[in-house]
Design a protein around this ligand. Structure first.
Ligand code: AMP
Ligand code: ZN
Ligand code: FE
Ligand code: FE
Length: 283
């Protein structure tokens, strides 16, 4: 009998995914998953709707993908099973969401100043929760300026360092690892070798995060080639870190399917064992 199918990284419309949290749970069950983590960018806003919509047999691991900086590079830290009401972490997440609003509005201003038909009102309507570049990208698609969302992630538009790109606040990754731990949660470094998205950190930075309490590395991810995944497994072995795999599903905004990469049951069990901030939910 095949083991449980566990996908520890997905996005809903609480950030830049296109499925509502409830629809995402239904899609996870339809995709044959047994466990799914909801990890919206810098928010826990989707947790309760997801838990309320759980189909029988599906377990939800509540989480968030935190926008961080490490060694001068933008990185993402996945936090799982933390207490969403812990004040310091909740305040840090709120600060980052606010910074995302100002930054998206500035990107729209820059676009409008060049005569592009993109409005803040439209972007705000597209973004149901945490606003991100995919929402601005969608507005660019609607205005006929780019062919698809991916087309907007180009230096001519809002790709990193691009003409209309604006940076945003990020939490120091070591601080994020400690904040999540203080809120009873556990952390996994998301797609550490996703070089297609921009520069990545060297092993020394990961070592520093491990020393701060990082639990694992997301080795299996659509943006990793087999060589990077293998390198991350070796590094994890050397540093005593767990290894996860996940889809980073975003709905129709990105091509990857739910369950495209999976996490081993013993790894999930260990994450759950180390966490005390909240529990997994099941219907
Ligand atoms: P932000 O956090 O607002 O800077 O936006 C980053 C988000 O854009 C991440 O969730 C990525 O999944 C998404 N993203 C990054 N590169 C691309 C791309 N080439 N195509 C589609 N989505 C992307
Ligand atoms: Zn995203
Ligand atoms: Fe990410
Ligand atoms: Fe993600």
């Amino acid at each position: 009998m095949p083991g449980p199918r566990i996908d520890l990284h997905t996005h809903s419309s609480a950030s830049d995914g296109t499925d509502s949290p409830g629809a995402l749970m239904a899609a996870a069950a339809a995709a044959g998953l047994d466990v799914v983590a909801l990890t919206d960018h810098d928010t826990t806003a989707g947790w309760s709707a997801a838990a309320a919509a759980l189909p029988p047999g599906l377990t939800l691991v509540p989480g968030a993908e935190i926008s961080c900086t490490a060694g001068g590079t933008s990185v993402h830290v996945l936090g799982y099973l933390f207490d969403p009401a812990e004040p310091e972490l909740a305040a840090a997440l709120a600060r980052m969401r606010e910074s995302r609003v100002g930054r998206a509005a500035r990107m729209v201003d820059l676009l409008a100043a060049d005569g592009h038909q993109v409005t803040w009102e439209r972007v705000r309507t597209i973004a149901a929760g945490t606003v991100g570049r995919p929402h601005v990208a969608q507005a660019l698609v609607e205005a006929g300026l780019v062919r698809d969302v991916a087309g907007a992630f180009d230096r001519r538009w809002i790709g990193a360092g691009g003409r209309y790109w604006v940076g945003r606040e990020e939490l120091d990754a070591v601080a994020a690892v400690r904040l999540v731990a203080a809120a009873g949660g556990v952390t996994v470094f998301a797609h550490p070798r996703a070089s297609r998205r921009g520069p990545t950190v060297d092993d020394g930075v990961i070592e520093e995060l491990a020393a701060a309490g990082l639990a694992g590395l997301e080795a299996d991810h659509v943006d990793h080639d087999p060589e990077s995944s293998a390198g991350l497994r070796r590094l994890a072995g050397r540093l005593g870190l767990l290894v996860t795999g996940s889809s980073d599903y975003h709905g129709t905004g990105k091509e990857v399917r739910l369950g495209a990469h999976l996490t081993a049951p013993d790894v999930l069990a260990e994450l759950v064992r180390r966490a005390s901030g909240c529990a997994v939910s099941a219907a």
